[in-house]
Design a protein around this ligand. Structure first.
Ligand code: NDP
Length: 299
């Protein structure tokens, strides 16, 4: 069957579509750009799901950490609508389809859990709105809901992902140069938690959700080893054989990114993948050291 991947051209999507193809799934990407395997968002709205769609995954979203884009009202709206509208239009296409896919997997973030030095969050923790990102996550997850008739036929899975670690995208791509130059270090005092997941585990987790009929609801997409920003910086620098003693004060990020957005790195929450593990998912890279070694040495 075919897996339809919204935003499948991005960092996570490139890894996912490669893995799906190697498992002999057909892949179609919903994109703003034309391409051989691409369909447009307009086509999905007008014509519905491609034939023989067995699973739908949404990974679309304006990159929040684009340092070139100022944190303006317009950009925030873009961050918001690129996630909520795409998620809602895939839900609508599923609602309207005659033959339902077996699962709809929608990405979300850990931003609904309030940063706190003590609280431990599982998928069962209550979430409520307290800032821009918590509002975003709540609306994003709501947009993925199917109508009641569709719900009986199609599982809905929400993956609340931590920072995705991989060489060719996301945070590591931005940190590679400063860390190679020995200019890496923790953000602020580095004590804030940094929920993270290796790209290979996130891809495996999405495929696990496609292939296991008992999986539905919210899953935390974070590695079992909870680490602090400083532990991550140390592990990454050590793997590169570089020091990591140059801390970057939080105010620098507040200036560069705007304080509201900078919270994504200057603060963090302790997130446990409780349901993910109870459902039987096995992480290939459970520790930050093993993840960094794989990313740097390709081992
Ligand atoms: P990318 O930044 O690589 O973007 C994914 C795709 O989204 C792009 O390829 C693009 O597809 C599409 N897109 C970008 N801007 C817009 C827009 N304004 N409107 C519609 N579509 C847009 O994301 P990642 O692969 O890194 O992440 C995938 C998802 O996971 C995202 O929703 C992200 O928020 C979430 N996530 C990511 C984390 C990370 O660390 N990377 C952490 C937690 C959650 P095209 O140009 O083909 O239209």
């Amino acid at each position: 069957g075919t897996v339809l991947v919204g935003g499948g051209s991005g960092f996570v999507g490139t890894h996912l579509t490669k893995a799906l193809s190697s498992k002999n799934y057909g892949v179609k990407i919903v994109s703003r750009m034309p391409g051989p395997r691409n369909v447009s968002w307009h086509e999905i709205g007008a014509r519905g799901l491609p034939e023989n769609t067995v699973a739908v995954v949404n990974l679309a979203g304006q990159n929040v950490m684009d340092f070139k884009r100022r944190w303006t009202a317009g950009f925030k709206q873009n961050v918001f609508s690129s996630r909520i509208n795409t998620t809602a239009s895939l839900a609508k296409a599923i609602n309207n389809s005659l033959k339902k896919p077996k699962v709809y997997i929608s990405m979300s973030g850990v931003g609904a859990y309030k940063p706190d030095p003590e609280a431990e969050y599982t998928e069962c923790s209550n979430i409520r709105q307290f800032d821009f990102f918590s509002k975003l996550v709540i609306e994003w997850e709501k947009a993925a809901a199917l109508d009641s008739a569709a719900k009986n036929q199609c599982r809905v899975v929400t993956i609340r992902s931590g920072v995705v670690l991989g060489r060719d995208g996301g945070m590591i791509k931005q940190l590679y140069l400063p860390f190679i130059l020995g200019l890496g270090g923790p953000v602020g005092n580095g004590a804030q938690f940094m929920p993270w997941i290796h790209i290979a585990d996130l891809v495996d987790l999405i495929i696990f959700c496609i292939e296991n009929n008992q999986v539905e609801g919210v899953l935390n997409g974070v590695a079992p080893q909870v680490c602090s920003n400083k532990q991550f910086s140390n592990a990454f620098a050590k793997t590169l054989n570089r020091p990591a003693f140059i801390p970057v004060p939080s105010f620098v990020f507040n200036l560069l990114l705007g304080a509201e957005r900078a919270k994504m790195i200057t603060e963090g929450q302790k997130v446990i993948p409780q349901r993910t593990q109870e459902l039987g998912f096995k992480f290939r890279f459970p520790t930050v050291q093993s993840a960094c070694e794989n990313i740097v040495k390709g081992a």
